[in-house]
Design a protein around this ligand. Structure first.
Ligand code: HEM
Ligand code: HEM
Length: 191
């Protein structure tokens, strides 16, 4: 049985992982978009490496986050949310978690298939789990790209839903994912 998450907020660890991963994902997505259009140059090679290292760090942090999440139940949804809204939010969170793994794994597989194995931060060589193969590389390149755009689209819906709760429903949903600041009234649920 998972212990209940304390009160009606996410824990500090869950909040830290949420915002750290949100930033890392946004940066990796923007670098990915930018780097693919560059001419072959030292900058392009450097950005490809940073993109790959950041992506592998996201994969490692996501494993940590999933482990934490499986042991800590999230706070109950605000009472104003109907059953279908709760199911929808749960489904969206599950889908996001799935994407945190498949997007980096397809990028990793693509690098291996293209014959450019990943050496994490230039220090730790990571294993290739697919063979070097031109047509497989082409397929994985497209798949990585489509999945990365899919993750961006899901994130946009997720952010819109969070803002809708805060500004239209005016419930406490967003505040429970924001770091607490003692008894700051701005962190209390708005009426
Ligand atoms: C969650 C993390 C990641 C995100 C959000 C992400 C996102 C992206 C995006 C948006 C592109 C550009 C796609 C396009 O416009 O065609 C891209 C390309 C690329 N990504 Fe990632 N990526 C991630 C992780 C990784 C990882 C872990 C690797 C490899 C270890 C990787 C390797 C690549 C490579 C090699 C390309 C260039 C593909 C090409 O030449 O067209 N990515 N990524
Ligand atoms: C790349 C960006 C983001 C990603 C990938 C992301 C992903 C996630 C995931 C997976 C959860 C579920 C947490 C869990 O139960 O373990 C979550 C929760 C949440 N996120 Fe995000 N998020 C992002 C950005 C944002 C932003 C910008 C906001 C605010 C505008 C936000 C607001 C929230 C809120 C309020 C929750 C809690 C929802 C609830 O209690 O049901 N997120 N997010």
């Amino acid at each position: 049985m998972m212990p209940p998450e304390d009160s009606d907020r996410y824990s500090d660890i869950a909040i830290a992982l949420h915002w750290l991963l949100a930033l890392a994902l946004l940066a990796s997505f923007c670098v990915g978009l930018y780097m693919v259009d560059l001419q072959l140059s030292p900058t392009r090679v450097r950005l490809f490496n940073w993109h790959k290292w950041a992506g592998m760090s996201i994969l490692a942090l996501s494993a940590l986050r999933l482990g934490w999440r499986l042991r800590h139940r999230p706070p109950a949804a605000p009472a104003s949310m109907s059953l279908w809204q709760r199911r929808l939010a749960e489904g969206m969170h599950h889908l996001l978690y799935l994407m945190f793994f498949v997007v980096p794994i397809t990028g990793w597989a693509y690098s291996s298939a293209a014959g450019f194995p990943v050496v994490w931060f230039g220090l730790i060589p990571l294993p290739d789990f697919v063979p070097v193969d031109k047509s497989l590389a082409h397929f994985l390149q497209g798949l990585h790209s489509v999945l990365a755009y899919g993750l961006a689209a899901l994130t946009a819906v997720h952010v819109a839903a969070a803002l809708q709760h805060h500004y239209i429903e005016r419930d406490s949903l967003l505040l429970r994912m924001v770091p607490a600041r003692g008894s700051d009234p701005a962190r209390q649920p708005r009426r």
